[in-house]
Design a protein around this ligand. Structure first.
Ligand code: FMN
Length: 344
């Protein structure tokens, strides 16, 4: 019988407290987004992808910003991408020294900028190199190494399945499998039957990724695939409560005051990490997720998107949070009014 999502499992020698994971999210999955997922019940959060070359060459910003790990995050996985085994070996060692409990290698990213270097989904066309990269990361980090990959390059191609089987035989400790071909990016339905096939073919945990936009989607994918764990990506954007739901800790949607508290928490952590000047533009991608959670119309984002300082953004957010306000009961036009810039 399949274990419940709340039961622990192991990746190599690392015990994960449950089977509900935060996916790697480029430009998003830094320490505080991962910590947020962990606070809300994720058993493990994977970092945004980090260039193995940048680590290998000790790029200052990559070391100082992308390798920050909060002590409360452990266990944590750092995802690396690259195509050069020696750079991967030293990057994996540096990530492990920075505190990564697990190293993940990105072999699924279909974005041109990554693939044209021979990294990400391009590795579906060079299995020997993919295995050498994984082996180098294992040797360099002395940590369990996982790989995240797609089922193939285009519809009908099963190179991802074959590579996953080979990697598991070469010592990779778990496979995160996104059963959509790289060519469709995020379109179409993931084929959960392929995940089940991989589960039957390898002895390491298989983690199902793709199309898990709600707790119900994730439960269905878990049951249908027989995977060891689920990996939430877009479903967690501005919605850390999805982890509580899946962990059986919450049935109702978050109240507006909970959403506001969480948005302020993210703003505070972004200021701590980037400083106010860089946090202001960085946070713009976060506002629409939280405003949608508050039931606000899209146009309510406009003032926040054009706020040029963090102080201005905080002021706009404060006006959303008047204590007498139940935002869910307010008409859309009044939301927009509440967010209009203050008279000069
Ligand atoms: C904004 C964004 C950034 C992503 N960044 C990464 C990444 O850095 N590494 C990776 O392996 N996958 C990345 N992915 C893919 C996700 O981890 C996940 O596999 C994909 O979104 C499918 O899951 P979903 O349909 O539940 O969102 C990213 C996806 C999105 C939407």
């Amino acid at each position: 019988m399949q274990a419940t999502l709340t039961s622990p499992f192991r990746i190599g020698d690392v015990e994960i407290s449950n089977r509900i994971l935060l996916a790697p999210l480029a430009g998003i999955g830094n320490w505080f987004v991962r910590l947020q997922a962990r606070r809300h019940g994720a058993g493990l959060a994977v970092s945004e992808m980090v260039s193995s070359f940048a680590l290998h060459h000790r790029n200052r910003r990559t070391l100082d910003e992308l390798l920050v790990i909060d002590p409360a995050e452990h266990p944590v996985s750092v995802q690396l991408f690259g195509h050069d085994p020696e750079a991967m070996r030293s990057a994996a060692r540096i990530a492990a020294e920075a505190g990564a409990d697990l190293i993940d290698i990105n072999m699924g990213c279909p974005v041109r900028k990554v693939c044209k270097t021979g990294a990400g989904a391009a590795l579906l066309s060079d299995h020997d190199l993919a295995v050498r990269l994984a082996t180098a990361a294992i040797e360099g980090s002395q940590r369990p190494v996982t790989v995240k990959l797609r089922s193939g390059r285009e519809p009908g191609d099963d190179s991802g399945m074959e590579l996953a089987v080979r990697l598991a035989g070469a010592g990779v400790a778990a496979i995160a499998f996104h059963p959509r071909p790289a060519s469709v990016q995020h379109a179409g339905s993931p084929d959960r039957g392929l995940v089940r096939e991989l589960v039957d073919r390898v002895d390491v945990p298989v983690i199902v990724s793709g199309g898990l936009r709600s707790a119900a989607d994730a439960r269905r994918a878990y049951d249908a695939s027989g995977a060891a764990a689920v990996m939430i990506a877009r479903g967690a954007l501005g919605n850390p409560w999805i982890f509580e739901e899946l962990a059986g800790r919450r049935a109702a949607s978050p109240r507006p005051d909970e959403v506001m508290r969480e948005l302020r928490w993210v703003m505070d952590r972004a200021e701590q990490h980037f400083g106010a000047a860089r946090a202001a533009p960085y946070l713009r991608k976060f506002y629409p997720w939280y405003l949608e959670r508050l039931g606000l119309p899209k146009r309510a984002n406009r003032p926040l998107q054009s706020a040029s300082t963090l102080a201005q953004a905080r002021d706009l957010v404060a006006r959303l949070a008047r204590p007498d306000t139940d935002v869910h009961d307010r008409a859309p036009t009044r939301f927009a009014g509440a967010l209009a810039p203050a008279p000069a």
